[in-house]
Design a protein around this ligand. Structure first.
Ligand code: SAH
Length: 246
């Protein structure tokens, strides 16, 4: 099955962009995913093809019009009714690996990319199926790069895209922890050696070291993740499942 990405944007030429190379590019050429950028401006009804206007209440910048975006979104829904629709916005719910995994297992995704100051809020009231998502607590100049981030994270999980089928399972966040650190040859570099245990060949010891290091690093670097991980462990399974969905 092809994972179909539809991207509503004022800059369709930005796609597939970097996703046309490397793993994602090969997967695109092999038909494992498809990339259909859609020009939002094509849905503007007036003769100037305007997609934005000045903010109600005053202030700097421009706001994307709800009527134009709704027409674009409705077109995308008609083309692919079962795909979730995500709007990229720093006001949205932070993206997680769990959400990415779920998206990657579905038919594809429709992504709405904002520009300027953002999107007229009435679009989200009128089309409640639009999920507002953020890729982090910082401001980009437009949603296109955020869409590329989201798509990259999904595409690498599609069947047959990553070399070794298990190489995704251990990654940071998959088990609610950061991943353990990595080392490779040379065995000594600038006087620094690789942790002895990794050269021991003792798989049980190596697994234990990796688990302990993942826990220590998560506790030190990401206390927020650690708290959630501990919370999920001490709760009954059903509670933990509910909490993870929040
Ligand atoms: N004025 C807005 C920011 C607009 S940035 C605010 O303060 O909330 C312009 C566009 O870039 C947004 O509409 C959104 O599509 C995209 N964008 C910026 N930062 C983003 C982020 N962290 N995550 C997802 N999209 C983002």
């Amino acid at each position: 099955m092809t994972f179909a990405a539809r991207i509503l944007t004022l800059y369709p030429e930005m796609f597939p962009g970097p996703l046309g190379t490397s793993l994602a590019g090969r997967a695109l050429a092999e038909g494992k995913w498809s990339c259909s950028p859609i020009q939002i401006r094509d849905f503007a009804a007036d003769k100037h093809k305007s997609v934005d206007d000045t903010p109600a209440g005053g202030g700097a910048g421009m706001v994307m019009r709800a009527d134009v975006l709704a027409a674009a979104v409705d077109h995308a829904i008609a083309a692919q009714p079962t795909a979730p629709i995500l709007a990229m916005t720093p006001r949205g719910k932070p993206l997680t690996q769990a959400r990415i995994r779920h998206l990657a297992s579905g038919p594809g995704v429709t992504i709405l990319c904002g520009r300027f100051e953002g999107i007229d809020e009435r679009l989200f009231d009128a089309r409640p199926q639009i999920e507002q998502v953020s890729i982090g607590d910082f401001i980009l100049s437009g949603g296109e790069v955020a869409a590329l981030v989201l798509l990259d994270a999904c595409i690498r999980l599609l069947p047959g895209v990553m070399g070794a089928p298990l190489s995704g399972d251990d990654e940071s966040f998959e088990a609610g922890l950061l991943e353990y650190p990595h080392y490779t040859r040379p065995a000594e570099w600038e006087g620094r050696t690789i942790p002895e245990v990794l050269r021991s060949g003792d798989h049980a010891k190596i697994a234990a070291w990796r688990q302990r290091t993942a826990e220590d690093d998560t506790r030190l670097r990401r206390p927020d993740l650690w708290e959630r991980h501990i919370g999920a462990r001490v709760q009954p399974a059903s509670d933990a499942r509910r909490k993870n969905k929040d």
